[in-house]
Design a protein around this ligand. Structure first.
Ligand code: COA
Ligand code: AMP
Length: 642
């Protein structure tokens, strides 16, 4: 064990026994607990009821509360006299610019863009798709939607046109807000052609597209449909905050499921705001005027919650960083940003640290910067391997806080509650369940397993505020995906165990989702692309361990009999198809053409066994295997030298 002692009091004035007591109260009296937390926000109409259990398993938080999330993130602080405090610092090594927005400036920009959206006919409840890189306009567009009660759906820039089209068809946006391009380390990525192709493919057509023109690659506009950001805001009247029901959706964020059809995770307004606000002081230990640097992307849930909403709800300063951990310009980039902006709380994915460590194994660049303001490093998005945990802690000299969560939950399920009570940390564990999350590890019959034993990680309902109330337009899929395996519980899809001290260990997904450089991807979606190739008879995609990205996908295909195709050519075409159809972020670089795939006697491909062999595990031959010779023949392909 390492880290902080569990004695003493925190700067919140809470005593050392606080985690356990707080946790117990959150589970035994969720309404009392979250009702109190809700008082930290401004409400047009404060909630009379905290938890609506009338439509189980569809629980709703603050059913009669009325608020506006943008008001709480911006206007509230300006009205309280903090208008001159820095709200957002845009730091962009790829364009060589740094710009600070005070709370007043950000409120004014957001109000004006909300006015522009209003001029385009956007109303409360309408959807707006945002397809933008890490520029302040992305956050401004999100907050402008929140201001109007419109529902944003941000699509990560690394996705291809088809993925964008699928999301447009599901969310049916009135307007799309996009940038003309994104800037990667070695290339400019034009976004507009991808947007045009997506709208061409989608059945739903947005009325308008607002294009933020960037000088690196200005876009051509479609007459009558497109207008520039500048033209949209020119002359727009600032829009006021619209009162919305706490249960109204704030956003939809699509995430990978086990098939090619992404899941539209719905986030409500009131529950989310209350949960994030609570998390800033109790987990992230970051308050008004303190600086949080979350190096992620607004296209992911970590970006939604801890680049945009949570720091602003707390009155803190958020750093929006358009760059990478390495290459912009070097492995000292994070330390430069942290020093320059006096960052207290750094939050990123372990893969970013592995990338830094690869380029600067001794962490020598850290010494070039004054990191005296840094108090903690939070890491999430994938399993934190003990080596990266140790390296980061030793080099930075601050506690390294692993925290486990999902797009669906919106905020951490397990973490070390730094503001509530700093607990000792243990390598390999994101520490303990966060108050509100009744986490259980169960066997296949749904019975709790003893400490130390592995099982499926589930959360007893109701989920706390902030978590998904449903999937967009699809209550049935919500229930089928998450609530039907273990009635009364939410299935996380992760497996793991508790230790005797109540620390949770999250060992990995039990389904076909993989995690590549902190990005969640579906092997099922990649298989759908491979299977569409005319020469492919059958295929499998598995995630294999990778020293930098945590996991990378590998594809295996069997060609149709009698097809005269060159295996290497097919493999190259398949790699290109996945990049073209899903996007560069899928990072599928290796496809092997093989004579057959190992299967059970009932015809199920033995993906887990294949993955185990590729990762070098002593994988037993399953008793259900149809033909062991097929597996034996595949071993040297899966793991050369085996
Ligand atoms: N727009 C367009 N393309 C993008 C993109 C974006 N927003 N983000 C990534 N891509 C592209 C990359 O350029 C790369 O393209 P390439 O195949 O032509 O090189 C491809 O998608 C894969 O990107 P990535 O997996 O990010 O790999 P990388 O080698 O570019 O960078 C890391 C590796 C570790 C530096 C990078 O993944 C990183 O910083 N990760 C942090 C993790 C993170 O933010 N996770 C979010 C959850 S916390
Ligand atoms: P996403 O929805 O993109 O946030 O991905 C969620 C998935 O990432 C989880 O279901 C886990 O499999 C994985 N994950 C996220 N954080 C952690 C963590 N701290 N430890 C282990 N796995 C994690």
């Amino acid at each position: 064990m390492n880290g902080t002692s569990s004695t003493g009091s925190t700067r919140n004035g809470t005593s050392s026994t606080n985690y356990r007591e707080t946790y117990e109260r959150s589970i035994t009296d969720p309404a009392g607990f979250w009702g109190e937390a809700a008082k930290g926000l401004d409400w047009f109409s404060p909630p009379g009821r905290v938890l609506d259990r009338d439509r189980e398993p569809f629980y709703r938080w603050f059913p009669d509360g009325v608020l506006n999330v943008c008001h709480n993130a911006l206007d509230r602080h300006v009205e309280a006299g903090a208008g001159d405090r820095a709200a957002l610092i845009y730091d962009s090594p790829v364009t060589g610019s740094v710009r600070t927005y005070t709370y007043r400036e950000l409120r004014d920009e957001v109000a004006r863009f909300a006015g522009a959206l209003k001029n385009l006919g956007v109303e409360c409840g309408d959807r707006v798709v945002v397809y933008m890189p890490m520029v302040p306009e992305a956050a401004i567009a999100m907050l402008a939607c929140a201001r109007l009660g419109a529902v944003h759906s941000v699509v990560f820039g690394g996705f291809a046109a088809h993925e964008l089209a699928v999301r447009i068809d599901d969310a049916k946006p009135a307007v799309v807000v996009a940038a003309s391009c994104g800037i990667e380390v070695s290339r400019v990525v034009p976004y507009k052609p991808l947007l045009d192709a997506a709208i061409e493919e989608s059945a739903h057509k947005p009325r308008h597209c607002v294009i933020f023109q960037r000088p690196q690659c200005p876009a051509d506009l479609v007459e009558g449909r497109d207008l520039t950001w500048d033209d949209a805001v020119a002359g727009a009247e600032p829009a006021e905050c619209v009162p919305v029901a706490a249960t109204d959706p704030l956003y939809i964020l699509y995430t990978s499921g086990t098939t090619g059809r992404p899941k539209g995770v719905v986030r409500d307004s009131g529950g989310y705001a209350v949960a994030l606000h609570w998390s800033m002081s109790n987990i992230f230990d970051t308050g008004p005027g303190e600086v949080m640097f979350t190096a992620s992307d607004v296209g992911w849930v970590v970006g939604h919650s801890y680049i945009v909403y949570a720091p602003l709800l707390a009155g803190a300063t958020t750093v929006l960083y358009e760059g990478k951990p390495v290459g912009t310009p070097d492995a000292g980039a994070f330390w430069r940003v942290a020093a320059q902006h006096r960052v207290r709380t750094l939050f990123t994915a372990p893969t970013a640290f592995r990338a830094i460590k690869k380029e600067d194994p001794q962490g020598t660049r850290i010494a070039d910067h004054d990191l005296s303001n840094l108090r903690h490093l939070f890491l999430a998005g994938e399993r934190l391997d003990p080596e990266t945990y140790a390296w980061a802690g030793e080099r930075l000299g601050v506690p390294v806080i692993d925290n486990w969560w999902q797009t669906e939950t919106g905020w951490p399920i397990a973490a070390n509650p730094r503001g509530l009570e700093p607990l000792p940390t243990k390598p390999g564990s994101p520490s303990v369940p966060v108050p509100g999350f009744d986490v259980r590890v169960v066997d296949s019959a749904g019975n709790d397993v003893p400490a130390g034993a592995d099982g499926a990680i589930v959360i007893r309902l109701p989920l706390p505020p902030g978590c998904l109330p449903t999937l967009w337009g699809d209550d049935e899929r919500f229930v089928a995906s998450y609530l039907s395996a273990f009635p009364g519980h939410y299935l996380t899809g992760d497996g793991g165990r508790f230790d005797a001290d109540g620390y949770l260990y999250v060992m990995g997904r039990t389904d076909d989702i993989i995690n590549v450089a902190g990005h969640r991807l579906s092997t099922g979606a990649m298989e759908e692309v491979l299977a569409a190739h005319p020469a492919v008879a059958e295929c499998a995609v598995i995630g294999v361990a990778d020293g930098l990205k945590g996991q990378v996908p590998r594809g295996f295909v069997v060609l149709k009999a009698g097809i005269d195709a060159v295996p290497d050519t097919v493999a190259a075409e398949l790699v290109a198809m996945v990049r073209d159809r899903i996007g560069p972020v899928a990072a599928l670089r290796q496809v092997d053409v093989v004579p057959a795939l190992p299967k059970t006697r009932s015809g199920k491909i033995l993906r887990r066994t294949m993955r185990g062999i590729a990762d070098g595990a002593a994988e037993p031959v399953p008793s259900t295997i149809d033909d062991p010779a097929v597996l034996d023949a595949l071993r040297p392909v899966l793991r050369p030298g085996s």
